[in-house]
Design a protein. Structure first.
Length: 402
């Protein structure tokens, strides 16, 4: 068994996932290949030594289809010997890609890999991939399918998080993200995106709203209340969770993850290849896990994946210096903090997807890089990344600085 070292981690800025967003004119393949080219150039990487590139992509259709990882490898002018594969574990795809890339190294079947992800949500909209879970009535009925936004409101109802709780969390996410950008905490990992003429398109996370307050969020109507009540989806949730008399709809655009475009890459290898290519290890991947959970409430996976990976690493929550928990919805993080009995001061210290956005297939890899940078900045040792996942799953990874 080999140690899997993280040699580098980079990402694009996140662009608003609409036609008006700054990255809309950049195709998914270019987002991915620009990221691969950047990690190659800044590490003077001889790509013929790469054994694989694994990229998360939640909607691998249309412009993002046909194994975008391999096509991005070719478009980034990597050696043609480098293969590529795409993976989909919904919102955890980017982290799962890094775990798969690391597993190749740990097992000894690869010396050097790249994990990461890409999602252009402005060009390949949410839900484009379809699937039996939501479209086949027999499957939807059997699994008590409800849209994820209603699951988030069910989670808040089940664990008694009210509108003020989730809005207060969202305001703090915006404040922390604004502070991190103003103090250049992300400068080591985020690279500028230029168009084909060399003109700057985006250099920062475009979604952040610095002036967000409880008052501004208070003016927003719940996003999932009408669909839940008018289509009977609330009733499906209550059939599964009958102790609740009704769903308390508390989530809206301001306390849920933003739709954005972006890509990320993480360079992973064993010790020998690092020495051979003069790469300096920054951390090692200590353990990782994925787990299935109840699919209707859907969003409790971070708790169970974290407990599983901590047990595997013979650790407990107090051994972790910092946590990155994807802010799919505010209630997800609030529940994680309560379930793990940890201090909120060590969770998402520079904000998260509520403020900066959630480019589905790339987010997990982005969080890994964010966590590594912050561990280095604070001179801390160990961090854990985790994400909730559609259809009731969770993924978690522990990294340790070297």
């Amino acid at each position: 068994m080999n140690d899997a070292y993280i040699y580098d981690a980079i990402r694009t800025p996140r662009g608003i996932g609409k036609r008006s967003g700054s990255l809309h004119q950049i195709s998914p393949i270019k987002l991915a290949s620009k990221t691969l080219r950047k990690i190659k150039d800044r590490n003077s990487l001889k790509t013929s030594f790469l054994d694989d590139v694994v990229l998360g992509c939640v909607h691998p259709v249309f412009e993002q289809g046909s194994d975008i990882a391999r096509i991005a490898v070719l478009d980034a002018d990597y050696d043609q010997s480098v293969p590529g594969t795409q993976v989909d574990r919904f919102c955890a795809s980017g982290l799962e890609a890094c775990n798969i890339a690391a597993a190749q190294v740990i097992s000894g079947q690869s010396d050097l890999t790249i994990g990461g992800g890409v999602e252009s949500m402005s060009r390949v909209p949410l839900g484009s991939a379809g699937g039996a879970w939501m479209t086949d009535p027999s499957v939807a009925f059997k699994t008590y399918f409800i849209p994820q936004g209603i699951s988030a409101d069910l989670l808040a109802t089940e664990y008694n998080y009210n509108r003020d709780d989730v809005d207060f969390y969202a305001v703090n996410s915006q404040k922390k993200a604004s502070n991190a950008w103003s103090k250049e905490y992300f400068k080591n990992s985020v690279f500028d995106i230029h168009d084909q003429n060399g003109d700057l398109m985006l250099s920062h996370d475009e979604l952040i709203r610095k002036g967000t307050t409880m008052q501004t969020l208070g003016s927003l109507k719940p996003s999932f209340e009408n669909i839940g009540k008018d289509t009977g989806l609330d009733d499906i949730a209550l059939m599964k969770y009958p102790k609740n008399k009704k769903i308390n709809h508390v989530h809206h655009a301001g306390n849920s993850s933003g739709i954005v475009d972006g890509a990320a890459a993480v360079l992973i290898g064993n010790e020998e290849i690092g020495k051979k290519l003069n790469l300096k290890p920054r951390a090692k991947i200590k353990a990782f896990s994925s787990v299935g959970t109840e699919p209707t409430i859907m969003l409790t996976g971070p708790e169970y994946a974290t407990k599983k990976v901590l047990k595997r690493a013979n650790m407990d929550a107090n051994d972790i210096d910092l946590f990155e928990v994807n802010e799919a919805f505010a209630a997800v993080v609030l529940r994680f903090i309560d379930a793990m009995k940890i201090n909120e001061d060590v969770v998402n210290v520079n904000g998260g997807a509520i403020a900066m956005g959630h480019p589905l297939g790339a987010t997990g890899a982005m969080l890994l890089g964010t966590l590594l940078d912050e561990l280095e900045r604070r001179e801390l040792c160990t961090g854990l990344i985790t994400l909730c996942v559609g259809a009731g799953m969770g993924t978690a990874t522990i990294i340790e600085r070297v």
